[in-house]
Write a protein that binds this ligand. Sequence first.
Ligand SMILES: C[S@@+](CC[C@H](N)C(=O)[O-])C[C@H]1O[C@@H](n2cnc3c(N)ncnc32)[C@H](O)[C@@H]1O
Length: 248
Amino acid sequence: MPAAGASVLLLRACLALLASPIYLLSFLGMWEPFCRKIFFPFILDKLSVIHDKKSKKHKQELFRNLPDFRGPSGALRLLEIGTGSGANFQFYPPGCRVTCTDINPGFQEGLARNMKKNEHLQFERFVVAAGEDLGQVPSGSVDVVVATLVLCSVSSVGSTLREVLRVLRPGGAFYFLEHVAAEHSSWRYFWQQVCYPTWKLVFAGCCLTRELWKDLEEAKFSELKIQHISVAMPWMPIKPHIVGYGVK
Ligand SMILES: C[S@@+](CC[C@H](N)C(=O)[O-])C[C@H]1O[C@@H](n2cnc3c(N)ncnc32)[C@H](O)[C@@H]1O
């Protein structure tokens, strides 16, 4: 987390005061289970309606060349990290063999709904696992890994990217769309710093100020395409974004 000035600390304290019931529940060990099972799946369902609409054209463009990464057998074996309710299924090509993974199994309802809506896909299995430890997935066994709005929440971005590279076959690709820290001199970055601790608590570990393009550049992809974009969500601190893919 970046260093914060006095005004940031003061505003943080005000926000924490407003959210004090949540801090209290967290202190009593009651917030995290409630957040994981009920609050986060519910709120994500509502927020993703807006985010999906705004990011649709970026995702269409991002996933357009997915078929280029089909394996030698002609199949496209895709593993998604932090699948949530499956907002990306509609962008995967027909016949794509999808493995869903998430640290939180609380999204079953939305996931089942989206699986039903996307009969053009072959769903292989759902693995409850953190992106940092995909031990249940054999090395070199998938053609494509996808993570959208997930790297903000993993406890270690470096370990997650190492796991991505391990499970990908040589020549396979990692697709991402993530929100990142705003320009340091901007008001948005100021508010990202103010909201940071409370936002992280309320939204299941989501960090607002990660400079994820740096982690991606440091990971050992043989080719990396990153675009800095802004999905139009004027009143939200989850902006700007990076979108692209890295080839193993
Ligand atoms: C903001 S949601 C995004 C869901 C979906 N990818 C989308 O774009 O709508 C973040 C997702 O990442 C999952 N997640 C958080 N930490 C994770 C971790 N360490 N490993 C795997 N998934 C994680 C959450 O459970 C949640 O499903």
